[in-house]
Design a protein around this ligand. Structure first.
Ligand code: PLP
Length: 506
């Protein structure tokens, strides 16, 4: 359904309940629907501006043009304010997302923000969307973001929410379960409203502890009396999804501007995928009218999605593998639910049935009819040795250094071209800076680097890749540790209350 009125409202409903609908700002505040479903727009709005016109716009202007069509209850002033506060000099380039051509593809570098990974694209704007949403809905409480992290998301959320008035953020991470650089990034986080806690336990302990706090009614009541309420910065929030559509529109417009494609010519997109948020944003961009052909979904050895696209059966019952691309080590890709809902013909009951099977038995199978609607997607995967070989070859051929996640995408792209002979102009989403995964990357290039310390490797990478050490890494070399709380997994509630100044007696 495509409307033509200038003020075309988009409302959001749950993927598991066809009934009630909420505004964009309400969906952002809530995150997840009460029935456990994800909010989806009642239709995907069509782009209003031509690609030719968009090709003269800045990233921020493009963001406004795209996001206004989805967040229809935000005023122009509100939305532009959010965009300007998000995409500023926290990014180390004015372009925000530069395109870099290497071998036969264009790499869309989504890692120029505060924590040098693509999560910054959404998490630098989510805090502003959230406090604007709170104001619009007359929420007087301060928003407390509570997150469990296995590394990347925690730091990106901390950086996004730090010193944003009206918010606090508390991040729990497994004390011995994140890399030394990731831990250092978190415990050196500045901002009076940030709290970081290591727990004795693994990521699952941290995550179930956080879930229990979200569902704790007594705590919620105590918080309400203190003028506080919890919210989540989880990747299923539409306040994270919508900002990710922008860079696919921007990439197409840039290619047009640079004369790499003709107006209307199709491009393919390759996305290294975990939770299915980034590639879903590309799918939404396509449905807005961006001429995108194939959506190539790249997985690492946790290839649940590859198997799903091959067979129509989603099956999480398998060994979980730890790989060199940890942000893609996922067996349940939560954003896939939005695609399932759509190919079920926006049928919430059918989707709910499949999701119930997933939670009960760990698997579900879509109908042949639904499968025909997945023709635009191509699933591929790369194993650990293919990923390392891709980093080394790319470096040897061009001098360009890929991170491990982007290398998975690049390897899958090569297989795709071999398989299909499709020579369509292709954009590969480059989701992290190689400086974030220095040891893997340097070892892939040459195993003699193994003996070097983390920061020696950083300097060596800067030298061989001829790129300056990013500010995000430079800062943590000398930054003082500001967070040293460590607790048992049973003490998480007490720690939260202490941070928030809620006494047990009240
Ligand atoms: C989160 C992440 C991904 C996966 O993105 P999804 O939206 O979860 O599919 C890929 N690469 C990096 C570096 C990430 O941080």
């Amino acid at each position: 359904m495509v409307g033509t009125l200038d003020k075309e409202e988009v409302l959001y409903s749950s993927t598991r309940d066809g009934g009630s609908r909420v505004t964009a700002s309400q969906a952002i505040l809530k995150g997840l629907a009460d029935d456990g479903g994800l909010y989806v727009p009642d239709h995907i709005p069509a782009l209003r501006m031509s690609m030719a016109a968009l090709s003269d716009k800045s990233y921020q202007e493009t963001a406004y043009e795209v996001m206004r069509l989805f967040l229809t209850d935000f005023t122009e002033e509100e939305l532009k304010g959010c965009i300007d506060r998000a995409y500023d000099d926290k990014f180390d380039t004015k372009e925000i997302v530069p395109l870099r051509e290497a071998e036969s593809a264009c790499y869309l570098e989504l890692f120029h923000g505060a924590t040098i990974a693509f999560k910054d694209m959404a998490l630098s704007i989510l805090p502003h969307l959230m406090i604007t949403s709170a104001k619009k809905n007359h929420v007087e409480n301060e928003i407390v973001i509570l997150t469990a992290t296995s590394g990347d998301t925690g730091k990106a959320a901390l950086a996004g929410f730090a010193d944003v008035a009206g918010t606090k953020i508390i991040v729990f991470y497994p004390k011995n379960g994140v890399s030394p650089i990731q831990e250092k990034q978190m415990v050196t986080q500045k901002g009076d409203n940030t709290f970081v806690v290591g727990i004795h336990g693994n990521f699952d302990d941290a995550q179930s502890g956080v879930k229990a706090l979200f569902n704790d009614r007594e705590l919620a009541a105590q918080m309400a009396r203190a003028g506080l309420q919890f919210s989540s910065a989880n990747s299923i929030n539409i306040g994270r999804l919508v900002p990710q559509i922008v860079y696919y529109v921007y990439a197409y417009a840039r290619l047009l501007k640079l004369g790499k494609i003709r107006d209307g010519e199709k491009i393919n997109v390759v996305v290294p995928t975990g939770n299915f948020g980034n590639i879903l944003a590309a799918f939404y961009a396509k449905n807005m009218g961006v001429p995108i052909g194939r959506l190539i979904c790249a997985s690492n050895e946790n290839k649940v999605l590859y198997d799903f696209f091959e067979t129509g059966r989603y099956d999480r019952n398998r060994e979980f593998k730890l790989t060199s691309s940890p942000s893609m080590d996922i067996l349940v890709s939560s954003n896939l639910e939005r695609l399932i809902y759509r190919i079920a013909g926006n049928d919430a009951a059918k989707n709910a049935e499949l999701m119930a099977a997933l939670s009960a038995a760990g698997s579900y199978e879509i109908t042949p009819q639904m499968r025909t609607l997945l023709a635009d997607f191509y699933g591929g995967y790369a194993d650990e040795s293919e990923t390392a070989a891709r980093i080394r070859e790319m470096y040897e051929h061009t001098g360009y250094v890929l991170d491990t996640h982007t290398a998975v995408a690049s390897a899958v792209y090569q297989k795709y071209v071999q398989d299909t002979q499709d020579k369509t102009t292709t954009v590969i989403a480059s989701t992290a800076s190689p400086f974030k995964f220095t040891r893997y990357v340097m070892n892939a290039i040459d195993n003699r680097y193994d003996a070097m310390s983390d920061f020696e490797l950083v300097d060596e990478l800067s030298k061989i890749g001829r790129v300056a050490v990013p500010r995000a890494i430079e800062e943590i070399r000398t930054a003082p540790v500001l967070h040293d709380t460590v607790c048992d997994k049973t003490q998480m509630k007490a720690v939260v209350k202490k941070f928030l100044g809620i006494d047990a007696g009240k």
